[in-house]
Write a protein that binds this ligand. Structure first.
Ligand SMILES: *[C@@H]1O[C@H](CO)[C@@H](O)[C@H](O)[C@H]1NC(C)=O
Ligand SMILES: *[C@@H]1O[C@H](CO)[C@@H](O)[C@H](O)[C@H]1NC(C)=O
Ligand SMILES: *[C@@H]1O[C@H](CO)[C@@H](O)[C@H](O)[C@H]1NC(C)=O
Length: 417
């Protein structure tokens, strides 16, 4: 710029005019061979430079507050098949890790060791920001896409991780789903040229790039929220209600049939978004975490108990039709149904806690849930006991079969006891 100023003062001489313009152009080009997007809402800077036409490299400068778990950029219009560069704090929380990644769908991207990226001076955690001043070697094309160096509208994406700490030297570190993301277009012609003084300059001014679509998108993980809320309702309200209905209101088995159908439908309704989220993350794609295994086992047991309950109902109904007592074994079958049902409830309560851990909720949140879950059980135990005492009939025979004989004795016109 100083150079320009000197020439500007010298320019009154006509003969210099052409030279002035020429130098001006060169100074301009050297100064601005970089396109920058600055996102004020997240204080994020993304600068891109393509060094001279003979190179196949891409220079980048990324800066974002370290409040975010990571900052990522991608060359391409979509998450799938873009070449992504993900930056997060290294284990020492002084340097950073840069991880080139790919994803084939709307899933957590996977580390691509074949992409070579180097970090230049100035990279690291500075001023509570993640700063990546680097070069991606031979990155203008990759297996599933390429950068169009002649385009003034090269599509790119960026994403910011949630406020969950991560400091790792591992380029395959597991990432949480982004909390904000956006699409932008970059003027690659403007970004092409020797990067001298161009790249690696912190700035808060957008130039040669434009946010497209809805700008910065706040990412609410609706599936995860639905999964969590539905299972919370199931374990804290629907299951205890069904247990109450089944235990206390034996005389109205239809009510239990309705409430348990609702219970089962809600479990399946909550399972579906759970499976959707599982497929998004590397850690959960194989369904091998404790939360997933226990959850699936619980649902299988529950399904067994639904069939068991239907069988019991049929046995009792048909015995009643024939005017007979239900067979001896149905008493034991009822007991098993009741207790396994209670176990299923307990497993749901526990597994919700495991799910909160898996989704890396804060300790306070997990403890809060544990207290609430324990509170529901402690509050309801005396209620169940009370109702059970109040509705209990004198035992005609051994304990195992009194529940079933009850109705039959009550119908006995001779009032036999
Ligand atoms: C980024 O790296 C380039 C190339 O090594 C260097 O010229 C520039 O000064 C660096 N930027 C900062 C902010 O250190
Ligand atoms: C950190 O911030 C201070 C004040 O905002 C600024 O003077 C300094 O240059 C910054 N350092 C880096 C490395 O960006
Ligand atoms: C950009 O940074 C300059 C200097 O640090 C500051 O004066 C200005 O207010 C900033 N602008 C925005 C839009 O943040």
């Amino acid at each position: 710029m100083a150079l320009l100023g000197i020439f500007a003062r010298a320019c009154p001489v006509f003969a210099w005019l052409l030279l002035c313009l020429l130098f001006g152009q060169i100074a301009q080009a050297a100064d601005t061979a970089v396109s920058t997007l600055f996102v004020p809402e997240t204080n994020t800077q993304i600068s891109v430079n393509l060094p001279g036409d003979s190179s196949d490299d891409v220079n980048f400068y990324i800066s974002a507050p370290d409040w975010y778990q990571y900052v990522a950029i991608g060359f391409g219009s979509d998450h799938a098949n873009s070449l992504m560069l993900v930056a997060y704090p290294a284990a020492d929380y002084n340097h950073i890790t840069i991880s080139p990644r790919f994803s084939t769908g709307n899933t957590e991207p996977i580390f691509a060791p074949e992409i070579k990226v180097t970090l230049n001076a100035g990279s690291g955690i500075k001023n509570q920001s993640i700063i990546a001043n680097g070069t991606c070697h031979g990155c203008r094309s990759w297996a599933t896409g390429s950068i169009n160096a002649r385009s003034t509208k090269q599509p790119m994406i960026f994403a910011l991780g949630p406020n969950v700490g991560l400091s790792s030297d591992n380029p395959s570190a597991l990432l949480r789903r982004h909390m904000g993301y956006g699409h932008f277009e970059v003027d690659m012609i403007k970004a092409t040229g020797a990067a001298a003084g161009g790249l690696g300059v912190p700035t808060n001014i957008t130039s040669g790039a434009v946010l497209v679509g809805d700008g910065l998108e706040r990412d609410r993980n609706k599936a995860a929220t639905a999964h969590g809320i539905l299972f919370a309702i199931v374990a804290l309200a629907v299951a205890p209600f069904d247990t109450l209905v089944a235990g206390a209101l034996k005389r109205w088995p239809t009510l239990h049939a309705i409430s348990s159908s609702l219970y089962f439908a809600m479990v399946i309704g909550a399972l579906v978004p759970g499976i959707m989220i599982s497929k998004e993350h590397i850690l959960t794609q194989k369904f091998s975490t404790g939360h997933q295994v226990l959850g699936l086992i619980t649902i299988v047991i529950m399904f067994g108990m639904v069939l068991w309950g239907i069988a019991l109902m049929v046995i009792k109904k048909s015995a009643k039709k024939r005017g007979q007592e239900p067979p001896e074994s149905s008493g034991l079958m009822s007991k098993v149904h009741t207790w396994v049902g209670r176990l299923v409830w307990l497993l749901f309560l526990i597994n919700n806690g495991l799910g909160l851990k898996l989704s890396e909720q804060t300790m306070m949140f997990v403890l809060g849930y544990a207290v609430l879950a324990a509170g529901v059980v402690i509050f309801l135990l005396p209620v169940y006991f009370c109702i059970w005492r109040c509705t209990r009939k004198p035992k005609p025979k051994d304990e195992d079969s009194f529940e079933l004989h009850d109705t039959i004795y009550n119908q006995n016109p001779n009032g036999y006891r």
